[in-house]
Design a protein around this ligand. Structure first.
Ligand SMILES: Nc1ncnc2c1ncn2[C@@H]1O[C@H](COP(=O)(O)OP(=O)(O)O)[C@@H](O)[C@H]1O
Ligand SMILES: [Mg+2]
Length: 312
């Protein structure tokens, strides 16, 4: 056994406190050893020996590591629970009170209420119910992905028309609030182009792109530009969504894909913190990767790269 432990500076009879060292056996195995050391007087006056006694504490160290892991897991679950509670209280609480207030006003107004007002209250109820329904759907999708029960059914998709239809749909919902640009970049050689069919799961791709595009819209000021670029490479496709919005603080960037996690600069912008968790699962299933580049107050660019191994 080898260990590069320096003898401590001790007086005779003094017992050195335990020191833990990782040692290697001759066969190359690592062992955790706790050494205690004491000073022993030799027959020669003024000459002392150091006696080290080593105990193999590998098992104890392993048990400690397990406990640390369990504690970290528990802490993570606790944080998840707090984020869930805070999300539910906002995202269910607000639309529920909208429904309650609107129905109460409708009831109180009775016959006297004008058709315009009635319409407005009913619209509020509809929007609030839609918001809660969306939340329920997100929770269900995420539940399925985390339980590994998400269907993955890749089939040939014409990416160019799929993406431009989606952009048209999103533009219609957003009204004239943002300039949403759709750009496609095709390789100069013949190895692939966007009119070709890519084998991806359409439902999951819709989850990925609608979440990323609706985030870009939601976190960007009115009239700003959002660029959605689809880059077709030889063996992969890249979806890049670039906005000029509020940006994401660096310390939040690595946690964005955790369920219910929201960056600290969201202010009053509503959200559940589920969208990117769903995006991550959907990209993982496709064997893809997500990259985030963002600066607070400047904007965010999110890139999703998906390999097209079995392109039709
Ligand atoms: N384009 C973006 N610009 C700024 N922040 C973003 C953007 N996309 C995501 N985020 C941050 O990532 C968090 C997680 O996103 P997401 O899971 O979609 O949840 P949310 O329901 O809050 O939109 C958001 O709460 C926000 O803090
Ligand atoms: Mg979102």
């Amino acid at each position: 056994m080898y260990a590069d432990n320096q003898p401590p500076n001790l007086n005779r009879g003094e017992l050195f406190k335990e020191v833990e060292v990782v040692c290697q056996t001759k066969t190359g195995h690592e062992l955790d050893v706790a050494f205690s050391c004491s000073v022993v007087q030799t027959e020669v006056e003024g000459l002392q020996d150091f006696v080290y006694i080593g105990r193999d504490i590998t098992k104890r160290k392993q048990a400690e590591a397990e406990i640390h892991k369990a504690l970290a897991k528990e802490k993570e679950l606790h944080e998840l629970k707090s984020r869930f509670v805070s999300m539910v209280s906002h995202e269910f609480g607000n639309p529920l009170s909208t429904v309650l207030i609107s129905t109460e006003l409708l009831k109180q107004g009775g016959e006297k209420i004008t058709p315009q007002k009635k319409e407005r209250y009913l619209d509020c109820i509809k929007a609030a119910t839609k918001q809660m329904n969306q939340l329920m759907n997100d929770v269900l999708v995420l539940g399925k992905t985390e339980a590994g029960k998400l269907d993955f059914q890749p089939s040939p998709i014409n990416l160019k028309s799929f993406c431009s239809d989606l952009v048209a749909e999103i533009k219609m919902k957003d009204g004239q609030n943002h300039h949403l640009l759709f750009v496609t970049t095709e390789p100069s050689n013949d190895s692939g182009n966007l009119d070709q069919f890519a084998s991806l799961d359409e439902k999951l791709l819709r989850h990925i792109l609608t979440n990323l595009l609706s985030n870009a819209i939601k976190y960007s000021p009115q009239d700003s530009t959002i660029q959605f670029e689809v880059i077709f490479q030889d063996e992969s496709v890249i979806f890049e969504i670039k906005d000029q919005g509020i940006g994401i603080p660096t310390e939040d960037q690595k946690k964005l894909f955790e369920s219910f996690y929201r960056a600290k600069n969201v202010g009053k912008i509503p959200g559940t913190g589920l969208g990117l968790a769903i995006v991550k699962q959907a990209v993982d299933i496709h064997g893809g990767k997500i990259m985030v580049a963002s600066e607070v107050g400047v904007g965010t660019t999110i890139r999703v790269k998906i390999p097209l191994t079995s392109q039709f």
